[in-house]
Design a protein around this ligand. Structure first.
Ligand SMILES: Nc1nc2c(c(=O)[nH]1)N[C@H]1C(S)=C(S)[C@@H](COP(=O)(O)OP(=O)(O)OC[C@H]3O[C@@H](n4cnc5c(=O)[nH]c(N)nc54)[C@H](O)[C@@H]3O)O[C@H]1N2
Ligand SMILES: Nc1nc2c(c(=O)[nH]1)N[C@H]1C(S)=C(S)[C@@H](COP(=O)(O)OP(=O)(O)OC[C@H]3O[C@@H](n4cnc5c(=O)[nH]c(N)nc54)[C@H](O)[C@@H]3O)O[C@H]1N2
Ligand SMILES: [Mo]
Length: 688
């Protein structure tokens, strides 16, 4: 992206020479300057006064308040009484420094981040199957060369519009696209074949595809023999997923299943891509593994214009999951319980290995332990808005309110910041230098284009100032992003995500560098798995996966499936996009997508206010009638707080491995709301 014009009215344009998007931006990209000089921008620290209101304060007052609070809590309740919550929109430098801040300055084990709600299932599955997690192990542009693509639970026409150009080219070259989604999305409309599966039935669908590939001998047996292990167990499992049974579980007609398997099995190359649809489930890791099995059986992983990839969501959703803001992780994608990793990172940090805390707990588990009962009495939030985006958000909001000290760094007063004791105004994207690692594993340099408003600091400065006041300043000098990156390079050296050969100079000279890049004269690794997998023995591993029902299935009181996700013109918890007029003009209110037949049964017409209730809470939406959705399913976006907060409804059932919540499936009841019901009170208050 290129920013032009004076800081007051910068203009954002795509860069046609940039290899990832070839200049294409989505509407949120070209309106993104709207958040820079916005009238609601936070420009002073805010501190909660004795009367309970947030009032402007100096940086000294705000930082002192935080440090006094932390010291008091830690001396009374121990170091683990303070937790840290990060995000995948932070630069690599910030994510790295936040992890170090938690372990070295606060010396707490409790740190996790919003990527737990996003990438954790795909990450865990890729680690199990391939030994490493790099979202796309090949450049995005390779989609255009694929013979067949299976896109499972991704609506990239709305969530990553610039990618559509590659799918269009792929189709123009005779390629085919299969989309598995309970809704006929804009993405599904562009597909050769749409599999409109029942929410939560992905593992059955993938096993059904594997069954047909085996039955009809569409496998790559030489590849399976030479490059994989565990196939026999997966084959035995798939034997139980004959098409008729899979049709009963998934609702996908047998004929469509057969056609999908044959499109994949006979194409010149094939790709299987997953996104949050199958991943954000209590069976998210199994679902992803079942799709990986399909790509392995087709002999495609490591093949040109084929393979498996997950479509990472946030701007730095990849780098954000590599450098230590995850509870069990140290920089370079190292494990915090690995003695060698600890020793390496301790040496870079200049601390004793035994002083690095052990693993903490996952995002939702940590949020659920906030307050006196759970023992985490203070939380520092950098780059997330969990009051809106966490599952069972009513419960999470109660926990946030029970904290002794909540600190939020943000550039707007998000719903979470509005609950805080101290709010720190931070710089945003165009105002600071740093690196981001995109969905392809390509490390990119984000240049500073404009100066932040007066009195606003960036997160690196904030963390260093806090560390200094905590008496740990010698580990956190404030040398700026470039120096933090150089330290990150050393900390990542030799780890799975090795950045040691990447420098700012190299990033300035090129359109990014792919990791692993273990030496300065190394070109980076655009394509992975060409010859081997980073697993013992060098082979990829099949997993025998069975379909298990969703944690909560429809029954008499809650007879419908509820699923949640995104719309084009809003982003995440909406803190940024709900403030941009061009975007709110397109998506002003949260709408519930209902099939006309379902709406008729409930006496609901287009535009009516409807109430959706689950075991956790209720929320109200404007009805949008569409035949694109299954009759048994309601879809709501999660970009709003207040009465239209989708996460007042969602189920925090967690995947046993990734600890990913089940955002994509729960059981719900639908009613037409009367005016009285709408004005009854904030959503999520009524607990069913
Ligand atoms: N406009 C916009 N774009 C975004 C974002 C945004 O907030 N707004 N956020 C970014 C981020 S962080 C992310 S993670 C990505 C997410 O990108 P996507 O994964 O494309 O987005 P979602 O809308 O969450 O979910 C994708 C699809 O999963 C389907 N789905 C629901 N339940 C199931 C199921 O059980 N199985 C299957 N197979 N599919 C199911 C939904 O109908 C939906 O169409 O988008 C990124 N891009
Ligand atoms: N129901 C439901 N819930 C979901 C999902 C779903 O599909 N359904 N998807 C989940 C997914 S995939 C994700 S990624 C999460 C996202 O959920 P959140 O983490 O809540 O997402 P954002 O709205 O991006 O929140 C980022 C906040 O940090 C601020 N911010 C951005 N950049 C910076 C920075 O550099 N520094 C600081 N200090 N602040 C910054 C923004 O203004 C914003 O307030 O939501 C999850 N929740
Ligand atoms: Mo995400």
């Amino acid at each position: 992206m290129i920013l032009q014009g004076p800081a007051e009215a910068p203009r954002v344009e795509g860069d046609p020479s940039f290899l990832v998007n070839r200049g294409a931006l989505c509407i949120k990209g070209w309106t993104s300057a709207g958040t820079l000089a916005h009238p609601e921008r936070l420009t002073r620290p805010l501190v909660r006064g004795p009367d309970g209101r947030l009032v402007a304060a100096t940086w000294d007052e705000a930082l002192d308040r935080i440090v006094e609070g932390i010291r008091a809590l830690q001396s009374l309740h121990g170091r683990d009484s303070v937790g840290v919550f990060g995000g995948g929109s932070l630069t690599n430098e910030k994510a790295y420094l936040l992890g170090k801040f938690a372990r070295v300055a606060l010396q707490t084990r409790y740190i996790d981040y919003n990527g737990r709600f996003c990438m954790s299932s795909a990450a865990a599955a890729a680690l199990k199957a391939f030994g490493v997690d790099r979202g796309l192990p090949f450049p995005l542009a390779h989609l255009a060369g694929a013979g067949a693509i299976l896109l499972a639970g991704s609506n990239l026409a709305e969530t990553m519009p610039p990618v559509m150009q590659y799918l269009e080219t792929q189709r123009a070259r005779g390629g085919t696209l299969i989309v598995a989604d309970p809704r006929r999305t804009r993405t599904a409309e562009a597909a050769t074949l749409h599999l409109r599966l029942t929410p939560g039935s992905d593992a059955a669908l993938a096993n059904g595809l594997l069954h047909i590939l085996i039955r009809d001998d569409l496998l790559d047996r030489a590849y399976i023999r030479s490059r994989t292990e565990g196939f026999e167990r997966a084959r035995a499992m798939a034997a139980a997923y004959w098409p008729g049974r899979v049709e009963r579980i998934t609702g996908v007609p047998e004929a469509d299943l057969e056609r999908a398997a044959h499109l994949l099995g006979t194409a010149r190359s094939s790709m299987v891509l997953t996104a949050r649809g199958p991943e954000q489930q209590a069976q998210g890791v199994s679902n992803t593994l079942a799709f990986i099995n399909v790509a392995l059986a087709l002999g495609q992983v490591g093949n040109a214009f084929g393979g498996y990839g997950c479509l990472t969501g946030q701007g730095n959703g990849q780098g954000g999951r590599e450098h230590g803001q995850k509870a069990d992780q140290l920089p370079g994608y190292r494990r915090i319980d690995d003695p060698a990793a600890r020793a390496h990172v301790a040496a870079v940090w200049g601390v004793r290995e035994e002083d690095i805390p052990g693993p903490g707990i996952s995002a939702f588990e940590m949020l659920d332990r906030l307050g006196p009962e759970g023992g985490i009495r203070s939380l520092l939030v950098f780059g997330s808005n969990p009051a809106v985006s966490a599952p069972d958000a009513g419960r999470v909001e109660k926990r946030l309110r029970s904290l002794d000290l909540l600190v939020v760094s943000d550039f707007f007063l998000s719903e979470t910041a509005a609950l805080a004791d101290v709010v720190l105004p931070s710089a945003q994207w165009a105002e600071e230098e740093g690196t981001m690692t995109n969905l392809e594993g390509r490390v990119l340099l984000r240049r500073r284009a404009v100066a932040p408003p007066a009195h606003v600091r960036d997160d690196l400065q904030i963390l260093c100032a806090l560390a200094d006041r905590l008496g740990r300043g010698r580990f956190f000098s404030d040398p700026g992003a470039r120096a933090v990156f150089d330290e990150l390079r050393r900390a990542s050296a030799g780890g799975p995500a090795d950045y040691s050969g990447i420098t700012y100079e190299k990033l300035e000279a090129r359109a990014g560098v792919f990791w692993p890049c273990p030496a300065e004269d190394h070109p980076g690794t655009a394509r992975m798995f060409l010859k081997a997998f980073p697993r013992p023995g060098g082979r990829a591993l099949f997993h025998a996966v069975s379909h298990l029902p969703a944690a909560e299935e429809p029954e008499a009181t809650y007879p419908l499936f509820l699923t949640t996700g995104r719309v084009l013109a809003q982003y995440q918890s909406g803190t940024q996009t709900r403030r941009v007029p061009e975007l709110t003009a397109l998506a002003a209110r949260p709408q519930a997508e209902l099939h006309p037949a379902l709406a008729r049964r409930h006496g609901i017409r287009e535009g009516d206010t409807v109430r959706v209730t689950t075991r956790r809470g209720r929320a109200t939406f404007e009805a949008r009638l569409t035949e694109a959705i299954r009759e048994d399913t309601v879809f709501v976006p999660f970009h709003w707080g207040g009465e239209g907060k989708a996460n007042a409804l969602t189920n925090p059932a967690l995947d046993p491995t990734s600890r990913m919540p089940e955002f994509k499936v729960c059981a719900a009841r639908l009613e037409r709301a009367t005016a009285e019901i709408v004005s009854e009170g904030p959503a999520g208050e009524g607990r069913g």
